[in-house]
Design a protein around this ligand. Structure first.
Ligand code: GCO
Ligand code: MG
Length: 403
């Protein structure tokens, strides 16, 4: 079954998404997500200028061979742009395979290991009052797990807080990134108060998560983890930048608060030490940024050997195709932990018609063949690309800081 076309569509229904559409000589069409927040056009060019010519004429059924051809064949390995491009091809080929078989992708991955995929929602607020309202909304909708973030008093702007009653926090449009000012001392005083407040208001019947967004030093992270222990978090996310995997030994030796890391990882090599030394509890690699279903499965299989569970990134910059692919994997793998879920901003649903469904705190990918997402290219053309950057973080004295 030869590939006859592979085209990239960049569209912004509510936010930017990059989608790869692969067509075959039999008329079966597969779709893959290639969105890399703030670097969308680089992945689009990699796919259009360098990968498309390699795909035309290849057998769409040879997923593993195509993955290795693109990964090993390019000589230059890994990196967010290359791995996101390979991921999009891989997702589209799994979509095609499911459609040929007439089966949802999770059936091809070994079938369902559970009835539904536990998800966590994002509650946030500029004040505790707004945060409480947001938590209550998620509880009323049936969520069993909630990430809690609030503006740090003393800082002008804290990343990850939705404006007003909005459910998402998208980067502002513009030709330059916004710049935030960060102060770890203010944050470290505030974060335990934030979580303690939520426990006082809502008790211990809901799982709580919190994201530190790579901003701490290892010893700061160790202290925060220890202070959060009484509140029995589901996880503390990205306490430090994880390029330094060994730093987690220090954090781990000081705290029993579970740790989740990996939304920016793009290969198994980024988390090899974290997993094999059991330095984390959840690996957050995503299907779009970590090489597609083929590679993410390998990361999760390695994690399974060491008792590390999955907790994939699922913010709105991962398109509905990515979320669908994640749900198929989540449903199938034995060591699933939790899936991040932020419903996509309107009008994404006009462009991506999804088959997944939310019920009582769980998502299910649906039982349609393939990934179960229909991509409407005519609708996509109505929403042209808008340049947007993720913000940049600086310390009070102007030093660029991790974020
Ligand atoms: C999360 C993330 C997001 C990312 C964003 C980057 O845990 O959901 O940290 O807020 O920053 O997805 O593109
Ligand atoms: Mg995060």
């Amino acid at each position: 079954m030869k590939i006859t076309d592979a085209r990239v569509v960049v569209t912004a229904p509510g936010r930017n998404f990059v989608t790869l559409v692969i067509e075959t000589e039999d008329g079966v069409v597969g779709v893959g997500d290639a969105t890399l927040n703030g670097r969308e056009l680089a992945v689009a060019s990699t796919l259009t200028d360098h990968i498309r010519p390699l795909l035309i004429g290849r057998d769409a059924r040879r997923i593993e061979d195509t993955w290795n051809y693109l990964y090993k064949g390019s000589y230059w390995r890994r990196g967010a742009i290359a791995m996101t491009a390979i991921a999009a091809v891989d997702m589209a080929l799994w979509d095609i395979k499911g459609k040929i078989a007439g089966l949802p992708v999770y059936e091809l991955l070994g079938g369902a290991s559970r009835d539904g995929v536990l998800v966590y929602g994002h509650a946030s607020g500029h004040t505790f009052d707004v945060l409480d309202g947001s938590v209550q909304k998620y509880l009323d909708t049936g969520y069993k797990a909630i990430r809690v973030q609030a503006s740090v008093p003393g800082l002008d702007h804290t990343y990850g807080i939705a404006a007003g009653s909005a459910a998402t926090y998208e980067p502002a449009s513009g030709s330059l990134p916004e710049e935030d000012v960060w102060d770890s001392a203010l944050y470290l005083d505030f974060a335990p108060r934030l979580v303690s407040h939520v426990r006082e208001q809502f008790g211990y019947g809901v799982h709580l998560l919190h994201d530190a967004h790579h901003r701490l030093t290892p010893i700061e992270a160790a202290r925060l983890g220890a202070q959060l222990e009484p509140y029995r978090m589901w996880w503390l996310e990205d306490p430090t930048p994880a390029e330094d995997q060994g730093a987690f030994r220090l954090i781990r030796s000081h705290t029993a608060t579970p740790l989740a890391v990996g939304e920016i990882f793009n290969s198994i090599w980024d988390c090899q030490q974290l997993i094999t030394e059991r330095l984390i509890d959840y690996v957050r690699a995503s299907v779009t940024h970590a090489g597609g279903i083929t590679h993410l499965r390998r990361i999760f299989a390695l994690a399974e050997l060491y008792g590390v569970r999955t907790g994939s990134h699922g913010a709105t910059d991962l398109s509905p195709i990515s979320l669908a692919a994640a749900l198929h994997i989540d449903l199938a793998v034995p060591n699933f932990g939790i899936q991040e879920y932020m419903p996509h901003p309107s009008p994404a649903e006009e462009v991506f018609r999804t088959g997944y469904r939310f019920h009582d705190g769980y998502l299910h990918p649906g039982d349609g063949p393939g990934l179960g997402v229909e991509f409407d290219e005519v609708a996509a053309a109505r929403f042209p690309y808008v340049p947007r950057y993720l913000p940049v973080n600086r310390l009070v004295d102007g030093t660029v800081h991790d974020w």
